[in-house]
Design a protein around this ligand. Structure first.
Ligand code: NAP
Ligand code: MG
Length: 402
């Protein structure tokens, strides 16, 4: 059998710990035997980031911007403990933060669904994709602990003379204040990424904020989305028969719980932080959450939503067997290969991605699972296997499909 050919390379960002081990297994067992895999390789593993003073992360991000499709392994975001563990020159910034800042994207997270793992919400049948605006608001807020009686004011001084001053509260006792901001440019990028991704995946787009209470701040989000939808995306949505609709976040929460799933739910930064954990837990396992960063000008970076699974890695280093779930990392690859296939007009490549995903689902449906899933599975006899056995089982099923 001749290998499937590629035109443009994928930007490959390698990572750390257990996911780095799994990364290589996936390439060796599931990809290179079947595809003439073309990648531009960047090692985002912590030792290489330290060695290059994090230049490799910047190079990889610009490559993603140049080629348009990247696939990323989970990476360590260093903290004080990691600085010691890896003897780092500096506490390097989060690679995901750097990539996001350069691509200016929105992160979409969706669960991989299988029949034998029932969501906690029993009417959910299709994935719910959360789009989180990962910029500003409470994450960039200025806070002050008010120590005594006094007046808090909101003041703006414009460069061209605009000015604003209003009392926030006349404190009669100690308290707290917080100043948040966001930028039209960032909200616009967020909106473009959401509309583009809805079109890409042919799903409805829901957007919700608290605009009834936040009449300027949240209302601006609502207005910008409405304006961009009307001017740039409405006709494409109508052609595809998909819908954009805005609703108050309280109403959205109630609708989400009553829904069957199968749409994108776009939310502000804090809502996305909280709701994505709620949605992923309710669907089953963090190891089954996929993640893609979509930039407003149409660049894609695919990854798993989970981290480097450190606890499993330490066991692996001791020579112990691990049963780490590679599903979300495999889906990062299939997402990237499918997108590359679409952009380069290579149906065989996109078809391979579909078949690999089917092989994964078949394997799980037969009860061959990593340990994290075994306890969640219902209605089948589940057999726990280690990571390498799981990947080999997928390969057997994939080979039959090719
Ligand atoms: P984590 O790596 O996601 O793992 C947390 C726990 O979730 C694991 O200990 C494991 O539970 C379970 N788990 C996660 N993924 C799994 C999988 N594929 N298969 C089976 N079980 C899985 O989060 P963390 O321990 O908080 O973070 C570890 C490192 O990852 C940190 O250095 C952090 O900076 C980094 N991180 C990177 C990214 C990214 O690159 N996008 C995201 C998050 C965290 P059990 O141990 O109970 O089996
Ligand atoms: Mg969170």
């Amino acid at each position: 059998m001749s290998k499937i050919q590629m035109k443009t390379p994928l930007v490959e960002m390698d990572g750390d710990e257990m996911t780095r081990i799994i990364w290589k297994m996936i390439k060796d067992e599931l990809l290179t035997p079947f595809i003439d895999l073309k990648t531009e390789y960047y090692d985002l593993g912590l030792p290489e980031r330290d060695k290059t003073n994090d230049k490799v992360t910047y190079d990889a991000s610009y490559a993603a911007k140049k080629y348009g499709v990247a696939v990323k392994c989970a990476t360590i975001t260093p903290n004080a403990q990691r600085v010691e563990e890896y003897n780092l020159k500096e506490m390097w910034k989060s690679p995901n933060g750097t990539i996001r800042a350069i691509l200016d994207g929105t992160v979409f997270r969706a669960p991989i669904i299988i029949d034998s793992i029932k969501p906690v919400v029993k009417n959910w049948k299709k994935p719910i994709t959360i789009a989180r605006h990962a910029y500003g608001d409470v994450y960039k807020a200025t806070e002050y602990r008010v120590p005594e009686k006094g007046k808090a004011e909101l003041v703006f001084t414009g460069e061209n003379g605009a000015s604003f001053r209003e009392t926030i509260y006349d404190f009669e006792c100690p308290g707290v204040i917080q100043g948040q901001y966001n930028k039209d440019s960032s909200i616009r990028s967020f909106a473009h990424s959401c509309f583009k991704y809805a079109i890409d995946t042919k799903q409805d787009l829901w957007f919700s904020t608290k605009d009834t209470i936040s009449k300027k701040y949240d209302h601006t989000f609502k207005d910008i989305f409405a304006e961009i939808y009307e001017s740039d995306y409405k006709s494409e949505f109508e052609k595809l028969g998909i819908e954009y609709f805005y609703t108050l976040i309280d109403d959205a929460v109630a609708r989400v719980i009553r829904s069957e799933g199968g749409y994108i739910w776009a939310v502000k930064n804090y809502d996305g932080d909280v709701m994505s954990d709620m949605i992923s837990t309710a669907f089953g396992s963090l190891a089954m959450m996929t993640s893609v960063l979509v930039s407003p000008d149409g660049n894609y970076e695919y990854e798993a939503a989970h981290g480097t699974v450190t606890r499993h890695y330490y066991r692996y280093l001791k020579g112990e067997e691990t049963s780490t779930n590679p599903m979300a990392t495999i889906y990062a690859w299939t997402g990237a290969l499918r997108k590359r296939g679409e952009l380069d007009n290579l149906p065989e490549l996109s078809g391979f991605a579909d078949k690999l995903e089917e092989a994964c689902i078949d394997t799980l449906s037969e009860g061959i699972m990593t340990k994290d899933l075994v306890n969640l599975a219902e209605g089948i006899e589940a057999k726990p296997v280690n990571t390498s056995e799981f990947i080999k089982a997928i390969r057997e099923r994939l080979e039959k499909k090719l």
